[in-house]
Design a protein around this ligand. Structure first.
Ligand SMILES: [Zn+2]
Length: 305
C-alpha cells in the first residue's frame, strides 16, 4: 500500500511535469513563432511574390551590387540629359561648396557596423547608410546604433533586387516597405526619404514610384568599385581621392574588409584637403545641388555643371 501510494504521487508529479514542460514549450514556441511572424515589415503575400521573382530571375539579393561600367553610366547620364528625359534626383551636391557625402551601401552587416561606427566616430564624420529593409528587420539593433551616432539612415529598398527588372507592382512596396522597416528598426522620428536603387538602376517607373512616395532618388559620382571585392585598400583610397570634388557623393559598401582598411586614412586626407562631410539630406537641401544625369555623370570637378 505504502509503495503504491508513494508511487502514484510520483507518477502524477511526473505526468504534471511532462505536461508542464510541453505546455511551456508550446507557449514559448507560439511566442517565438508570433515574433518571427511579426518581424518582417513586408506582408507575407509580398514576401512570397519576391521569393517567386528571385527563383525565376536568379537574382541574388544578398550579394553586392553589380554596376554598369563607368563608360556605360557616363553614356546613360549624357543620353538622359540630351533626350531631356532626365528625372530629378540627387546626383551631386553643390559643386561650389567644398563638402562631400560619404554613403555606405548594403548594410546592416553584423560585425561591420560596430567597427564602421568606431572609425566614423574617431574621424568625426557623419555618413549616410543606405540600408536594406529586409536586413533591418533582422538586425534592428544595428540600425539603432547608426541612428544613435547621428548618421543618416537612408533606404536601399526592402529586398535589394534590381528594380527595373522587377514586376511593376513590386516597385511601390519595395520603396515603401524599405523605408518603413528602417523607421521601425531605428525608432526614427520620420520615414527615411532618401532612397537609392540597387546598382543605381532606375527607369521612368522607378522614378515615378519614388516621386509618389516623396522620396529623393540619390546616386553618386565617386565610386571606387569596392563592391567587386577585388580591390586592395590602397586602390580604394586612390580612386576615392582621385575623383574627389566639391559636392562629391562617395559610394562604398559594407562587408568589404579592404574598404574598412582604407577608410581611416582616406577620411583623414579628405578632411586635410578642406572638405566638410555632410549627409545626403543636407546635400539635397542645397539649392545648387545637381539633379540631372545618371550615376558618375559628374565624376570629377572638370565636368562643369
Ligand atoms: Zn546595394
Amino acid at each position: 500500500m505504502i509503495k503504491v501510494s508513494s508511487k502514484r504521487p510520483r507518477r502524477l508529479f511526473r505526468s504534471i511535469s511532462v505536461i508542464g514542460v510541453l505546455f511551456l514549450l508550446g507557449v514559448g514556441g507560439t511566442v517565438l513563432a508570433t515574433r518571427r511572424q511579426d518581424q518582417p515589415t513586408a506582408s507575407a503575400a509580398y514576401l512570397r511574390s519576391v521569393q517567386a521573382f528571385v527563383a525565376k530571375s536568379g537574382e541574388q539579393p544578398d550579394s553586392h551590387d553589380k554596376y554598369k561600367t563607368v563608360a556605360q553610366l557616363d553614356a546613360q547620364g549624357k543620353e538622359e540629359i540630351k533626350s531631356r528625359a532626365s528625372f530629378p534626383k540627387l546626383v551631386r551636391g553643390d559643386p561650389k561648396i567644398k563638402e562631400v557625402a560619404l554613403t555606405i551601401d548594403d548594410g546592416p552587416y553584423p560585425g561591420f557596423v560596430e567597427r564602421l561606427l568606431k572609425i566614423l566616430k574617431d574621424a568625426d564624420v557623419k555618413a549616410t547608410f543606405f540600408d536594406v529593409g529586409r536586413k533591418a528587420d533582422q538586425y534592428p539593433e544595428l540600425i539603432k546604433m547608426e541612428a544613435a551616432d547621428g548618421h543618416e539612415i537612408a533606404n536601399h529598398t526592402y529586398s535589394h533586387l534590381t528594380l527595373p527588372s522587377m514586376p511593376r507592382p513590386n516597385l511601390d512596396p519595395e520603396l515603401r516597405y524599405g523605408a518603413e522597416a528602417l523607421q521601425k528598426a531605428g525608432n526614427l522620428p520620420k520615414l527615411p526619404d532618401i532612397f537609392r536603387p540597387r546598382g543605381g538602376a532606375y527607369d521612368a517607373a522607378v522614378v515615378k514610384a519614388a516621386e509618389a512616395n516623396q522620396f529623393t532618388l540619390a546616386l553618386w559620382n565617386d565610386n571606387p568599385g569596392d563592391a567587386s571585392g577585388k580591390l586592395l585598400a590602397a586602390d580604394i583610397e586612390r580612386i576615392i581621392l582621385r575623383d574627389l570634388s566639391p559636392g562629391a557623393i562617395i559610394l562604398i559598401h559594407e562587408g568589404v574588409e579592404e574598404t574598412m582598411k582604407a577608410l581611416p586614412h582616406t577620411l583623414q586626407v579628405i578632411k586635410e584637403r578642406g572638405y566638410k562631410f555632410v549627409t545626403c539630406s543636407e546635400m539635397a537641401a542645397r539649392p545648387g545641388c545637381i539633379k540631372v544625369g545618371g550615376p558618375n555623370t559628374w565624376k570629377t570637378g572638370d565636368h562643369g555643371h
